[in-house]
Design a protein around this ligand. Structure first.
Ligand SMILES: Cc1cc2nc3c(=O)[nH]c(=O)nc-3n(C[C@H](O)[C@H](O)[C@H](O)COP(=O)(O)OP(=O)(O)OC[C@H]3O[C@@H](n4cnc5c(N)ncnc54)[C@H](O)[C@@H]3O)c2cc1C
Length: 494
């Protein structure tokens, strides 16, 4: 693929933006569990054809912005290279990871996805094409773009560093029956940086597992669990959580399968849609038969069983307020030293297990706006992404839960994932982030009158659709279905 063709595509985007009179957005549905109805009234720029890898060598990969992480991995791993900090989803895009958030189990060494970007191109709100935005050329935009969620411009190209890897990993599972034992070892491993990848899970109140993965070059092929396709029945074998539930000590995986371990199972979300008991098939059948096929097919680029589709579908039918009363998908930023407090809060608020604990080194830079900590409050440079994905097991209202998490993160100088349902008040939000800096760069780069403001975008709520028959049926069967799945979870894993 040539840069010439890429330049033609970018020129077209620029021309359509120049003619534009409305607010601008991408046409992506992406991985945001928020209401995306606002897109209907905006000029949606199609980034769907920006799917080519432009060049690759030993040190970097240069991609059009809608290239997926899965495509990147398939191009780099055969050369024994990977992007240093990779998110856990093969259909996230490089543009989405730069504009939104990108992190994974190697982030405790390599930081966020955007810390590893060399340069990028962006089409501004006035149609101007800015090429090679970098640390040196436009530091305000380079550092400021992370976490702006499409409110700064249309990113068209992202060039990222590569580091060396092997084609296989050995995955080790360390099991603990108390927070204290787990935490001591987790801190020690993070500090030592001996492992290529590290993450942890709180499986139940006093049941934790640390999972490390390390590159290996020499492995007996019979020892490697290779999953060749995304057959729905195979998903559970790939889910690291299933291995934990079996209290495994170690396993071997192809690096590609390790990096996509949650793509097959949408973390452990597949328990929500691939049950193994007859009764659950009936509930599932009833529930999904209520989802119009055109909604399920309406997420271009997503795999057949991608869980986002079900969230989008549920969203369309019952509205995100109603959905959130049963299922939680939220990520809270927590300083490593405050982990116990966050876990206690999540126990009290949600009773939802398992939870994902992913450490990230925060390479603070004063030009960053959203994807970093407030260094005067948070002294730890390691922050934990505490991911809570699953069925809510308390009667607390979703709003109360999310506001408690948001307060916890902000009080500790960190942020909560904007892709989940947000309830920040305007004042609390801008107490945490530098409004002046955000507005200055929006003005300087012509975003202010052309792209939605970030607060409005992440707090957007369409009128809840809960009055119609389909919504009532969906909620009735859905609630029973989720309760049943939750009860069966432990036996389903085995
Ligand atoms: C259940 C769940 C689990 C998740 N797990 C992880 C995880 O393990 N690791 C992780 O890092 N993240 C995770 N995420 C968050 C997700 O990675 C981020 O939201 C990421 O930005 C998604 O990438 P995407 O390509 O799908 O972007 P999208 O969702 O399409 O976009 C994200 C934002 O960036 C904007 N955007 C996208 N493309 C462009 C572009 N070309 N130009 C300008 N703006 C653009 C969009 O408008 C949007 O606001 C998770 C999210 C959920 C809901």
């Amino acid at each position: 693929m040539s840069y010439e063709k890429y330049n033609e595509k970018v020129k077209k985007i620029s021309e359509s933006i120049k003619l534009n009179k409305k607010l601008i957005t991408t046409n992506r549905k992406g991985h945001n569990y928020r209401d995306l109805k606002f897109k209907k009234n905006q000029n949606r720029i199609d980034t769907g054809n920006l799917t080519n890898i432009l060049s690759i060598d030993g040190k970097y990969i240069d991609c059009e912005s809608a290239v997926t992480i899965g495509k990147v991995n398939r191009a780099t791993i055969p050369r024994k290279k990977i992007i240093p900090s990779l998110p856990e989803g093969d259909n996230f895009t490089v543009g989405g990871c730069l504009a939104g958030l990108g992190l994974g189990s190697s982030s405790y060494i390599h930081g966020f996805f955007n810390d590893n970007v060399i340069d990028f191109d962006i089409v501004l709100g006035n149609g101007e094409i800015m090429k090679n935005v970098s640390k040196l050329k436009n530091p305000d935009l380079y550092y400021g773009i992370g976490g702006t969620y499409g409110t700064m411009g249309i990113i068209t190209r992202v060039k990222t560093k590569l580091v060396s890897c092997e084609k296989y990993v050995k995955v080790n599972y360390f099991h603990y029956d108390s927070f204290e034992n787990f935490y001591e070892e987790f801190q020690r491993k993070i500090k030592k940086k001996n492992d290529d990848f590290i993450e942890a899970f709180q499986n139940k109140k006093e049941d934790y597992t640390i999972v490390t993965a390390n590159f290996i070059s020499d492995v007996n092929p019979n020892d490697v669990s290779v999953i060749k396709d995304k057959d729905i029945l195979k998903q559970r074998h790939m889910c690291i959580y299933a291995q934990i539930a079996k209290k495994k000590k170690s396993s071997y995986l192809r690096l590609l399968d390790y990096l996509e371990r949650y793509s097959y199972s949408a973390f452990w979300g597949h328990y929500l849609y691939s049950p193994y008991k007859i009764r659950d098939y009936i509930y599932a059948g009833l529930m999904y038969s209520l989802i119009p096929k055109k909604i399920l097919d309406a997420s271009p680029g997503h795999g057949k069983y991608n869980i986002s589709k079900y969230f989008h579908a549920a969203n369309r039918i019952v509205g995100d307020y109603t959905r959130d009363e049963y299922v939680i998908a939220t990520d809270i930023g927590v300083p490593l030293s405050k982990l116990k407090g966050a876990i206690d809060l999540a126990d009290e608020m949600t009773g939802t297990y398992p939870r994902w604990l992913c450490p990230i080194i925060d390479n603070h830079n004063p030009e960053k706006i959203f994807c970093t900590r407030k260094t005067d409050i948070c002294k730890d440079d390691i922050i934990i992404d505490l991911g809570i994905y699953g069925i809510k097991n308390t009667n607390n209202k979703s709003k109360r839960i999310n506001q408690a998490f948001e307060k916890f993160s902000f009080d500790n100088g960190i942020f909560k994932g904007f892709f989940s349902t947000c309830y920040f008040t305007y004042d609390d939000f801008w107490k945490q982030f530098d409004k002046q800096k955000y507005e200055n760069i929006r003005k300087k780069y012509h975003a202010d009158k052309n792209f939605m403001d970030i607060y409005d975008k992440i707090n957007y709520r369409n009128k809840v659709k809960n009055g119609n028959l389909r919504s009532k049926l969906f909620t009735f069967f859905g609630k029973k279905y989720l309760r049943q799945i939750n009860k069966n979870k432990d036996t389903l894993i085995k």
